[in-house]
Structure formats: structure tokens, C-alpha cells
Design a protein. Structure first.
Length: 448
């Protein structure tokens, strides 16, 4: 009976799916689903799959050209991404996209320093260069919070230029971190166990003073002042939230996860508000992992007390937000074996039976788009919780069930899903730090 049910579900998924053939019209059904939405969240099932980057870029190009989207916000640190933003808007001295991406030095560098990103940034720069002079250029922004010390430097650099007296106060407040060196995790450990006092009050004070003086800085700083102030404010906001994040790291996963995802949602909200204040279109495409962008309430995360960007964005923007996920069955992925490790081209094991990925594989369709808002038998059948795979920057196939699978209700998690059955890893720009696996060992996937 169970097998018959699964077979029937495979059939109805196959019938409901839109095949992706590489044609220009492949994503027409997705564009219709998105309609006039202002926020489109596009996930990925791994942090190192070429097809996810490539197809995400193709969807984003259409959103920019056809629906007036003017910002791409990604799971990256604000200062590093803002350097890229300046490049794509022809406001920097970086001569190439590779140079603009050179700020991404923190592990995992391949997440943004890869050939797919080069191709997309080339397109973005050419698009911006070709639009009329008074048109709004598309920007590129980071939402993450790992750049605490780089963001401190950016705040001080801004204040040194516009208000040396306030810069002096900010420098004194931020000096609270100095005795621990530039090691945020050491700071988190020391404060969690009472070895040193928290810098919470100091980082809040810097942000609040910047906010109080915002009108004054815009008035006296001339053209471009609003953007530069916004850049500084986002950095000060990041420092405040990063301080709380690192302080929470040793108090349990849920607390730090929630601080990070609430931060990313807050950065997105601030970005939208900034565009609106300037009278610009506030339509943003967000690129992050499925685990951040699929609604947490439809997964095991809810049981653990975790929230995520997808849930927070849905709560805030309602039907103005569309959530899109990616899945894959097998292939290769660029990932490390341990945190801070070398990038490797790793073989992705065929998905476990009882998973969405295995079910999609059974359709025999190599690549397809499935809209999850339609009220059809496929969606009804998929609503029962099944396993779903998530590979981040680390892939540990030997403990795959525990390390990389969770239960989800896909139609509640996303508005649409794109399945690419056989995928390959991204190509990092830093080839010297890349370990190639030319062919599968004879024992793959059983490792015996």
C-alpha cells in the first residue's frame, strides 16, 4: 500500500512539474508565481553547487530585467559585499570582479569567490553600465554578521571623515574589545564565563549616537552622503548584533542561530527602508541557504525553538514575499571536511530513501520546477513530512543521516522548488586551495 502511494505521488509530481530544458521560457511559470512580489528568497541545498548559483543567477537576471528588482542581498558579510556593490555600480577602483571579490578572505572563500559569481558580477556590471544615467543601478549587499572587527574599522573610518569628535568616542567604546585581540570567539568565551566584561553597552552606544546624528551628517556631507551614512549604520548595527551573537555562542545553538537569522532579517528590513526613504524601488532578491530561507515552521527547526529569515520575512511581508528552494539527488559538491579546512570536490551520495530528493529522482526528470502553491494532488501528497538534505560548507557523508538530514513539509517550507538531479561543485577562484577528486573510489558510496 505504501509503495503504491509513493508510486502514485511520483506520477503526480512528474505530471505537475515544469521541465527545465535550458530554454529562455523555462522560468515563465515562476515569474507568473512571483507576480508583483517585492522580496524573492532563492535558496540552495548546499553552499558549493554550480547549478544552484547558475540557475539562481538566471532567475535573478529576469527579476532585474522584467520586474524591476534593484538589489541582490546575500549570505555574506556587509563590508565584503559592499566592496562588490561599489564595483558593480562603477564606484570603485577595482578593475575586475575578481578584484572586487578579493575581500572575501574568511572561510569558506569558495562560497563567493567562484567562477559562477564572476559571471554574474560581470553581467551585473554590464547591465548597470548600459542603463540610462538617471536609472537606479542594481546593488549587491551582504546580510551576515561575522565581520565584527572589519565593521568596527568601517564605522571608525566613516566617523573620522565626517565627525572626528564622535569618532574619538566610538574608538574609545570599541576599545573594549582590544585586550582580546581580533578574535571574536575568544571574546564570546571570555564573556560567557565571566572572564571579562561584556561590550554590549559600548556597541549599542555607538549605534545610537550614529542614529541621533544621522540628519546632521547627511546635511553637511553633500552628494552620496545618505548611502555612506547607511553603509556606516549597517556596520554599526552588525557590530551590535555580532557582539550578542559571539556572546551567545557558548550558551547553546538555538540562541546564536536565532540572533544570526534575526540579524539578517533586520539588515534586509533596513535595506528596504533605505530604498524607500530615497524614493527608489524596494525590490530585493535574497540568496542564502535553504535552511535560512525556507520557513522554519515547516521543519524540525520549529521544535528546537529556532526561527529563520524565511519565517521572519513571511511574517513581515506576507504575499509580497516568495520563497524558492533547490534540491539535488547526487553528483559532486565543493565543501570542506571540517571547519576551516581545505575546499574539496566531494562526491554527494545518492539521497536517502524516504527523502524528497529520492522521490524527485524517481520521476526520471533530470531538472524541473515545481510550484507548491497550486492545489493539486502532488502538493497534497508532498505535505506529509519527509526527509530533506542540507549540505553547508562542510560535508560529512560518513554521518550523512545525522549531519545532513532533517524532516520538512516542503509545500509549507517553500512556494516553489527547483530540483536538479545530478549536480557538480562550484569552481573556486583560489585553485591552490582546492583538492580535486577526479573519479569516485571503487567503494563509493559505502566507504568500506
Amino acid at each position: 500500500m505504501v509503495d503504491a502511494t509513493i508510486t502514485n505521488l511520483v506520477d503526480v509530481v512528474r505530471e505537475s512539474a515544469y521541465r527545465l530544458t535550458g530554454a529562455a521560457a523555462d522560468y515563465d511559470p515562476l515569474m507568473n508565481l512571483i507576480g508583483n512580489a517585492r522580496i524573492v528568497l532563492i535558496g540552495e541545498a548546499t553552499h558549493g553547487t554550480h547549478e544552484f548559483y547558475e540557475q539562481r543567477a538566471e532567475i535573478t537576471k529576469r527579476l532585474i530585467q522584467e520586474k524591476g528588482f534593484t538589489a541582490v542581498a546575500v549570505e555574506a558579510d556587509w563590508p565584503d559585499a559592499y566592496r562588490v556593490n561599489r564595483y558593480v555600480q562603477d564606484a570603485s577602483e577595482d578593475p575586475t570582479p575578481a578584484e572586487a571579490l578579493s575581500g572575501f578572505q574568511r572561510f569558506p572563500t569558495w562560497m563567493w569567490r567562484n567562477t559562477d559569481m564572476l559571471n554574474f558580477l560581470n553581467w551585473l556590471r554590464e547591465y548597470n553600465d548600459a542603463i540610462p544615467e538617471n536609472a537606479v543601478k542594481v546593488g549587491f549587499y551582504g546580510l551576515d554578521l561575522y565581520s565584527m572587527y572589519a565593521s568596527i574599522e568601517a564605522v571608525l573610518e566613516y566617523l573620522d571623515q565626517v565627525d572626528p569628535e564622535t569618532a574619538q568616542r566610538a574608538r574609545y567604546r570599541y576599545s573594549c574589545f582590544e585586550h582580546l585581540g581580533e578574535d571574536a570567539q575568544t571574546y564570546g568565551y571570555a564573556t560567557s564565563f565571566g572572564l571579562t566584561k561584556s561590550c554590549e553597552e559600548e556597541v549599542v552606544n555607538v549605534l545610537e549616537e550614529l542614529q541621533r546624528r544621522a540628519a546632521e551628517y547627511i546635511q553637511k556631507d553633500g552628494e552620496g552622503a545618505a548611502d555612506e551614512l547607511f553603509y556606516a549604520l549597517q556596520n554599526a548595527r552588525l557590530v551590535k548584533n555580532a557582539e550578542a551573537y559571539y556572546r551567545s555562542m557558548f550558551q547553546g545553538r538555538v540562541s546564536s542561530w536565532n540572533i544570526r537569522d534575526r540579524h539578517m532579517a533586520e539588515m534586509l528590513d533596513q535595506l528596504v527602508a533605505h530604498f524607500e526613504q530615497q524614493g527608489k524601488p524596494s525590490k530585493v532578491v535574497v540568496w542564502e541557504h535553504n535552511s535560512h530561507l525556507g520557513d522554519a515552521r515547516a521543519t524540525d527547526m520549529e521544535v528546537m525553538g529556532e526561527v529563520n529569515v524565511g519565517q521572519l520575512v513571511r511574517d513581515r511581508y506576507g504575499d509580497d514575499a516568495v520563497l524558492i528552494g533547490f534540491t539535488t539527488y547526487t553528483g559532486t559538491v565543493t565543501a570542506a571536511s571540517n571547519w576551516g579546512g581545505t575546499a574539496e570536490l566531494k562526491l554527494v551520495r545518492p539521497a536517502l530513501p524516504g527523502s524528497y530528493e529520492a522521490l524527485f529522482h524517481q520521476t526520471g526528470v533530470p531538472q524541473f520546477l515545481l510550484l507548491l502553491k497550486d492545489n493539486n494532488p502532488a502538493i497534497t501528497g508532498l505535505r506529509e513530512a519527509q526527509l530533506e538534505r542540507a549540505i553547508g560548507v562542510i560535508y560529512q557523508p560518513e554521518t550523512e543521516r545525522i549531519s545532513h538530514y532533517f524532516y520538512a513539509r516542503l509545500p509549507d517550507q517553500f512556494d516553489a522548488v527547483i530540483h536538479i538531479d545530478d549536480t557538480k561543485g562550484v569552481q573556486p577562484l583560489d585553485r591552490t586551495a582546492y583538492s580535486d577528486m577526479e573519479e569516485a573510489p571503487e567503494t563509493f558510496p559505502f566507504a568500506v
